[in-house]
Design a protein around this ligand. Structure first.
Ligand code: 5GP
Length: 350
């Protein structure tokens, strides 16, 4: 047994230290980035904030809304081949810039994406998603997908440490998805005791990835626009959001009206390994997520456009506070101030 004594931090443990800036207004800040990916050699330009591949969040409706802002959607894996067929009917070639098809790692998953990709040759991104990205089987699957699709941009995760980030990039991933346990409806930390404070995971994994010419996504744990900024400040290339995009018109599920107060409206939001998801996909999800997730009622918030504007406005404002003219500069301009003691019981409450 070994205990690591270095300090590991979460979003709530730090704040940005403001820096002298020559920017006059936050409207001057450029949030779009262009990346050229290491293994596929393909480039992408856009605002690197993504909707999570959860079945309430990574919907075609969410994609339609987010692409207006040049943002990205990881389409969830429960859409059928027919659903994709319908979606494809009215699409232009360019539409596929801002979405990924998601998959698990079973033979059935491989067959499914094989058919969809054949019918959707303009698809550029494949997101290979498992709860625990540390298994050899997962690494082998990433290799297999890279061999089969040499020019697709491969996202793979989730992991939280530098050495596994490197392993996935060396095995063919272009972008590594980072985060175990920080999700708003995730119970991994209480069910298994496994996890890693998200800010430190970003710092360590981005360092490992960037050293090899790879990229990372910070996945999970953002609860407000400031957290999104902190994830970029810590070195994330992309930030993935679940809970912050829940409860909108574009999120799947019915609006629930409070029986006692008709003014109050909700939408249901749940983890992809929660009882709700398990029941819905009748066993299909059991192997997808190693640990369970929660089901919550989120306040209904209308169109996602307002929330997106708040997130992008916050991010632009952070950039002006630290003197970053572009999102690309934010991590170079970031000095975090620690604002909590190291031991904080809320780290294990999740
Ligand atoms: P959020 O933005 O809501 O904090 O986090 C979203 C992320 O939580 C997702 O992208 C995914 O990585 C993770 N997640 C979603 N559902 C579950 C679940 O049921 N269990 C666990 N452990 N993680 C989940």
């Amino acid at each position: 047994m070994r205990i690591e004594q270095d300090i590991k931090l979460d979003f709530k443990d730090v704040l940005f230290r403001p820096k002298r800036s020559t920017l006059k207004s936050r409207s001057e800040v450029e949030l779009r980035r262009t990346f050229t990916f290491r293994n596929s050699g393909v480039s992408w330009t856009g605002v690197p904030i993504m909707a999570a591949n959860m079945d309430t969040i990574g919907t075609f409706e969410m994609f339609n809304a987010l692409r207006q802002f040049d943002m990205f959607t990881c389409i969830h894996k429960h859409y059928s081949i027919e659903d994709w067929g319908k979606f494809n009917e009215s699409r232009q070639k360019n539409d596929y810039q801002h979405l990924a098809i998601s998959t698990g790692i079973s033979d059935k998953d491989l067959d499914r994406i094989g058919i969809i990709i054949e019918k959707t040759p303009d698809l550029k991104f494949i997101c290979i998603d498992v709860a625990n990205g540390y298994s050899q089987h997962f690494v082998d699957f990433v290799r297999k997908i890279r061999d089969k699709y040499p020019s697709k941009i491969i996202i793979a995760g989730n992991v939280v440490t530098g050495e596994m980030t490197e392993e996935l990039i060396m095995s063919g991933a272009d972008i590594v998805k980072v985060g175990i346990g920080p999700g708003s409806v995730c119970t991994t930390r209480i069910k298994t005791g496994v996890g890693y404070p998200q800010l430190s995971a970003i710092v360590e994994c981005s360092d490992a990835a960037h050293g090899l010419g790879g990229h990372i996504i910070s996945d999970g744990g953002c609860t407000c626009p400031g957290d999104v900024s902190k994830a970029f400040g810590a070195g994330a290339d992309f930030v993935m959001l679940g809970g912050m995009l829940a409860g909108h018109d574009e999120s799947a599920g019915e609006i629930i009206v409070d029986e006692n107060n008709p003014e109050k409206k909700y939408k249901c939001f749940y983890g992809m390994s929660s009882d709700t998801a398990m029941k819905k996909y009748a066993g299909g999800v059991a192997e997808y997520r190693a640990s369970e997730g929660r089901t919550v009622k989120t306040e209904y918030r209308g169109s996602v456009r307002n929330t997106v504007q708040e997130i992008l406005g916050g991010l632009r404002s952070t950039c002006t506070y630290v003197g970053a003219r572009t999102l690309k500069e934010i991590s170079k301009r970031t000095t975090f101030v620690r604002v909590t003691q190291q031991f904080n019981s809320s780290m294990i409450e999740k």
